[in-house]
Write a protein that binds this ligand. Structure first.
Ligand code: PFF
Length: 450
């Protein structure tokens, strides 16, 4: 077999994997979920899910990928000696391709909004901004072209390979993303009346915790960490044997959570300062925020212009580092399993994702495409985030906790004994009992059985 690519440095590993985790999930999905689910109580539960379930789940996927050094399906296959565990890998590949399809729709909207913000097309009253979004998103062609353009940009990075494509792009995009985010948080929190928004984010109201809030928080935690999609497993197959899995996972989880909270600190203070309710669902960033930017900087239109261009550019960069990782899962699979050249394998995923993007885009715009009462786009989002990801994550934990030899798990976790035994035992307890139990409980609760 041909020599596989590897990430070239520790920084590259953390930035690329954090790039997968940090995306529209943090900057688009997390704020609107928080807004819809009542603020700080949701966040607390979310943080609980991240650390108690997400961190062990992430390390489990790392262990499988780093040990097997191959694509997700083959990794589970090799470690289980041909038992049906490879289905976990297939599930992950399928999930990530579905996510890429609907994610590209929103990423495409962001691309259009960078242009719209630059060209000053988002200036007008609330009704005008809403009409702009509705007209654009329901056009049969324009949003589709933007979505497909996004998949093609991702394709270009992917065909350049692991180090020259993925790692290099992450090393550029992630620092830019931080700087943009910091500037925007500062501008938002400096607005008069912004503290109300900070309070909304930080003061929990537990009466808001419900069945739905908990499932949403779990789904959001998995979505945000790219867990259960085999993405982490695929990226870990490019780690080196020296990579400290616990430390890397800790850094990535912290970074991802910090960026989600910062995204909240960027959006809520600005929204509260102009008295706009932040619970407007997915359209929050395309309908509510352009209004917020205008009203917040009413006497300084140039500042409003700069802020909105920066905001949509931030979304595009964040989305790109994530779409790259979703694309890579399938590309690695087709390259290695079907012995295709990398660029041919990449086309397979690009075409599949573009086709799904087309139908998802139509389903929330030009045509009424529904499944079980949801638009195709919402259906894909709910199916993956609330079902396929937790299931994939749970199976990864069960696989590592119960199926593969404990010595192998120990060696991978501790890099051959170089780490405190108690960390390992805590991890093992979490993947054996806590994660499977907690995820099963949330599922049963959702089905109304408990
Ligand atoms: N974690 C990404 C986000 O928060 O936007 C979404 C994601 C990336 C999901 C990669 C799944 C995946 F495989």
């Amino acid at each position: 077999m041909k020599e596989r690519g590897n990430f070239g440095s520790k920084l590259g590993i953390v930035l690329a994997t954090a790039g997968s985790a940090v995306g529209l999930g943090n900057i688009w999905r997390f704020p609107y979920m928080t807004g819809e689910n009542g603020g700080a109580a949701f966040i607390l539960f979310y943080i609980g899910c991240i650390f108690v379930l997400g961190l062990p789940g992430m390390i489990s996927e790392f262990i499988v990928g780093r040990h097997a050094q191959t694509n997700a399906a083959r990794a589970y296959d090799t470690l289980s000696n041909g038992k049906p565990w490879k289905l976990v890998g297939y599930l992950g590949i399928l999930t990530s391709t579905i996510i890429l399809g609907f994610y590209a729709v929103v990423a495409g909207w962001c691309l259009q909004y960078v242009y719209a913000a630059m060209a000053g097309k988002l200036v007008g009253d609330a009704a005008f901004v809403k009409t702009y979004f509705v007209t654009f998103s329901s056009h049969p062609l324009r949003p589709v072209l933007c979505g497909v353009a996004f998949v093609l940009i991702t394709h270009i990075v992917i065909v350049n390979g692991v180090q020259k494509g993925i790692e290099r792009a992450s090393k550029w995009l992630m620092p830019i993303l931080f700087v943009l985010l910091l500037v925007l948080v500062t501008a938002s929190c400096a607005l008069p009346g912004s503290m109300e928004g900070v309070r909304f984010l930080l003061q929990p109201d537990f009466s808001k915790l419900s069945n739905k809030v908990m499932l949403d928080a779990l789904g959001q935690a998995f979505f945000s960490l790219s867990l259960g999609t085999a993405c982490l497993c695929t990226y870990a197959s490019y780690f080196t044997k020296e990579t400290n899995l616990l430390r890397s996972a800790g850094q990535i989880v912290m970074l991802d959570t910090m960026i989600a909270i910062f995204a909240g600190l960027m959006i809520f203070p600005a929204a509260f300062s102009v008295g706009i309710s932040p619970d407007s669902g997915p359209s929050l960033i395309f309908i509510t925020l352009p209004n917020v930017f205008q009203q917040a900087f009413v006497g300084m239109p140039q500042v409003g212009w700069v802020i909105s261009v920066m905001f949509y550019a931030l979304l595009v960069f964040a989305a790109l580092t994530s779409t790259i990782s979703m694309h890579e899962i399938g590309t690695a699979f087709f390259t290695e399993e079907f012995h295709l050249r990398r660029r041919h394998a990449a086309w397979v995923i690009t075409i599949l994702a573009s086709a799904l993007c087309l139908f998802c885009s139509w389903s929330v715009g030009a045509f009424d495409i529904q499944l079980l009462g949801y638009s195709l786009m919402d259906f894909c989002d709910l199916l993956t985030a609330n079902f396929m990801l937790p299931l994939g994550g749970m199976l990864a934990c069960l696989f590592v906790g119960w199926y593969i030899p404990r010595q192998l798990v120990y060696d991978e976790f501790t890099n051959g004994g170089q780490c405190n035994k108690w960390f390992f035992l805590t991890f093992l307890f979490a993947v054996r009992y806590i994660c499977p139990l907690a995820i099963t409980l949330v599922f049963l609760h959702q089905l109304g059985w408990i």
